[in-house]
Design a protein around this ligand. Structure first.
Ligand code: ZN
Length: 262
């Protein structure tokens, strides 16, 4: 790198033409870096529009398979699946059922497009009747029994053929719990992408409508983080890495770019 100063050094020289700009472009955004979130529900031939997100629909597994083929043709990095169960209960039973909607969806996509990367959202909020990301005890989300169920969900998804699991719940110790459950189930090759620093945010509102996961009382502030807490975010990220997370995530990304660049 030359230490020459203006007018010897003129940064704009390399910006003059499209060809020059292409040559020195530092960051490339390509389809293989993108993951497409898809919402799957029971039924056949269904595309139920999500009013909060125009163009987005809840899909039955046959329609989902078509979108998966599109994703592969576009060269996308993969798809991530969120399930809408037939019925909800206190422990989110369908999430960890062999015949749960996401497990069915994973199998359908793998049959249609085996080479497409399929990620499973691992959480309970779409499946619990109270809409929280874990099971309740005395009116609050109980950490350790929730972690146990999250491990079960991950194993069920792995059995169905998922390529990667993505816990989005923010329980303490869940990456370690899921890793242990996967390894014990014979799935030591399945990576974990954790929502390591997930801030409580109104940005999730439309997504909750799509996934049918709005909490029926209270909010998620006893497990998701306060948006101003940067030091705590770094601790959460380090803990998840120490517990064996293969990929970590900061969410919501847009307003948290300062965190991501650290
Ligand atoms: Zn959740």
């Amino acid at each position: 790198m030359s230490s020459a100063q203006f007018p010897i050094r003129r940064m704009r020289r390399l910006r003059r033409t499209g060809a020059l700009r292409r040559l020195v472009q530092e960051t490339h955004l390509v389809p293989s870096q993108l993951v497409w979130p898809l919402f799957v529900r029971h039924g056949e031939g269904l595309r139920t529009p999500v009013t909060a997100m125009p163009g987005v629909a809840q899909l039955s597994t046959d329609e989902l398979a078509k979108e998966a083929e599109r994703a592969a043709a576009l060269g996308l990095g993969g798809i991530i699946l969120f399930g809408i169960p037939a019925s909800k209960d206190a422990t989110g039973s369908e999430a960890h059922d062999e015949q749960g909607i996401v497990q069915q969806a994973i199998r359908a996509v793998k049959r249609a497009v085996p080479q497409l990367l399929v990620i499973g959202d691992v959480c309970l909020c779409e499946y619990t009747d109270h809409g929280h990301c874990g099971v309740l005890r005395d009116g609050d989300v109980d950490n350790d029994s929730s972690v146990y169920l999250l491990g079960k969900i991950a194993v069920m998804q792995a059995r169905a053929g998922v390529d990667l699991v993505a816990p989005s719940d923010m329980m303490d110790g869940r990456v370690a719990g899921i890793r242990k459950a996967l390894d014990a189930g014979g799935f030591s090759h399945v990576p974990i992408m954790s929502y390591a620093a997930k801030f409580a945010s109104a940005f999730y509102g439309p997504f909750r409508e799509a996934a049918g996961s709005t909490p029926q009382f209270g909010d998620r502030q006893s497990y998701q983080m306060a948006v101003g807490n940067g030091d705590e975010a770094m601790k959460e990220i380090q803990l998840d890495l120490d517990e064996g997370a293969d990929i970590i995530m900061v969410k919501p990304a847009g307003p948290c770019l300062a965190r991501i660049s650290l």
